[in-house]
Design a protein around this ligand. Structure first.
Ligand SMILES: Cc1ncc(COP(=O)(O)O)c(C=O)c1O
Length: 389
């Protein structure tokens, strides 16, 4: 490769109506400015004792306080990571690997970054119960209680689902975990800044967050750990993050994560809900369309629907040709032709799963964009249905 030939070089193909915010979000300009400022003024190694290091460390410690405040937890509990996947791995492996044996409870619609480490732990001899969910994706707290055994170490239930938008009843599950003396972890990647979370009210011991679902940078996240809860590190190195996560601290990304939290406002939520409901009301009026997940107690920005008779990848491509971005199921499954485990878990048939499209809004989404989406979506659904895709 020729030196100096690297370019971003992505062609600007014009207007993009972006309705795939559950996959990832664009950087908020305030986040971009915070990252750039940290790159310029706080580039030192946060572990260094000199002035450059102290500047970086000060930024990281301020960010730690902001992340903790968003969860109503203590700042010393925040462990910065490379994102949600690493934080989920640390929560599960970090609690189980401290013991030679133990049992973990989770549910069938968790993100793969929870289910895969859970399965890996099974391969190492640990016990696992994967709870079913009901037709709207809810975990029954009584089923959590029934699944807890004398050797149960951890219960891991997400705050909200990325594919169907279901928001779980964490306070009820947390009360059970507290009573039974079991650690409680929640993956809050999809809900932070959209659904309030309070580690005390929810009885949480561990919480996963990340930046890129809330207009922060990709490749940064955190695990909040209740002080006193022991964890085994999974990334060994220079002892950063109180020995729980080796690796030179990514100060600019951490600054971006904190700014993403600061830039969010509670007023964004009713706006998103109104846009979500306009999309939902429109599509549910079309013949045969069915909602995945509940109508209420769902993420404020999330629509997931089955368009019977339409192959979701064809619809995604047809919309993309018209400058509209949506997702078939979840971004993780979009490229693979296998039914989504989440949709199967709520009882959707493989055909319904193959006809499921996810439409997600966020802070930058405007009412005019929704006005533009609905007729294009309706025309594409009608055409593909006639063509019998
Ligand atoms: C619910 C949930 N958990 C975890 C992740 C993984 O986070 P990250 O992409 O930061 O590794 C995602 C995003 O894909 C998600 O939606």
């Amino acid at each position: 490769m020729q030196v100096g030939s690297f370019r971003i070089g992505v062609p600007d193909t014009g207007m993009l109506l972006y309705f795939d915010h559950a996959a990832t979000t664009p950087l908020d300009p305030r986040v971009a400015a915070a990252v750039a400022e940290a790159e310029r003024d706080a580039w030192g190694n946060a572990a260094s004792l000199h002035e450059a290091g102290r500047r970086a460390a000060a930024v990281v410690e301020r960010a730690r306080i902001l992340v903790a405040q968003a969860l109503h937890g203590s700042p010393e509990g925040v462990v910065f990571t490379s994102g949600g996947t690493e934080a989920n791995n640390l929560a599960l492996k970090g609690t189980l690997l401290l013991r030679p044996t133990g049992h973990l409870v989770t549910c069938a619609i968790e993100h793969p970054s929870v289910l895969e480490p859970a399965r890996w732990l099974v391969s190492r001899g640990y016990g696992l119960t994967v709870l079913p969910v009901d037709g709207e994706g809810f975990v029954d707290p009584a089923a959590v209680e029934a699944a807890i055994r004398p050797d149960t170490v951890l219960v891991s239930i997400q705050t909200a689902n990325n594919e169907i938008g279901t928001v779980q009843d964490l306070p009820s599950i947390g009360r059970i975990c507290r009573d039974r003396g079991v650690c409680f972890h929640a993956d809050a990647c999809q809900s932070l800044t959209k659904v309030p979370i309070d580690v005390e009210a929810c009885g949480l011991d561990l919480v996963t967050v990340n930046g890129h679902k809330m207009h922060g940078p990709k490749g940064v996240g955190a695990l909040w750990v209740r002080p006193g809860v022991p964890l085994e590190p999974i990334l060994h190195g220079g002892g950063q993050e109180a020995g729980l996560r080796g690796g030179t601290t990514n100060t600019p990304a951490i600054a971006g994560l904190a700014m993403a939290i600061e830039a969010a406002s509670p007023e964004d939520v009713p706006r998103m809900e109104a846009l979500r409901d306009r999309i939902l009301d429109a599509v549910l009026a079309w013949p045969g369309t069915r909602l995945n997940g509940p109508r209420h107690r769902r993420l404020p920005n999330h629509v997931s629907v089955v368009f019977p008779g339409v192959r979701a990848p064809d619809l995604v491509r047809a919309l993309s040709d018209r400058g509209v971005a949506v997702s078939a199921g979840s971004a993780c499954h979009a490229a693979r032709d296998i039914p989504s485990a989440v949709l199967s878990a709520i009882g959707r048939t493989p055909e319904e799963s193959a006809s499921t499209v996810r439409i997600t809004v966020s802070r930058p989404t405007t009412s005019r964009e929704v006005d533009a989406l609905i007729p294009v979506l309706e025309a594409c659904v009608r055409r593909l249905r006639r063509a019998g895709t």
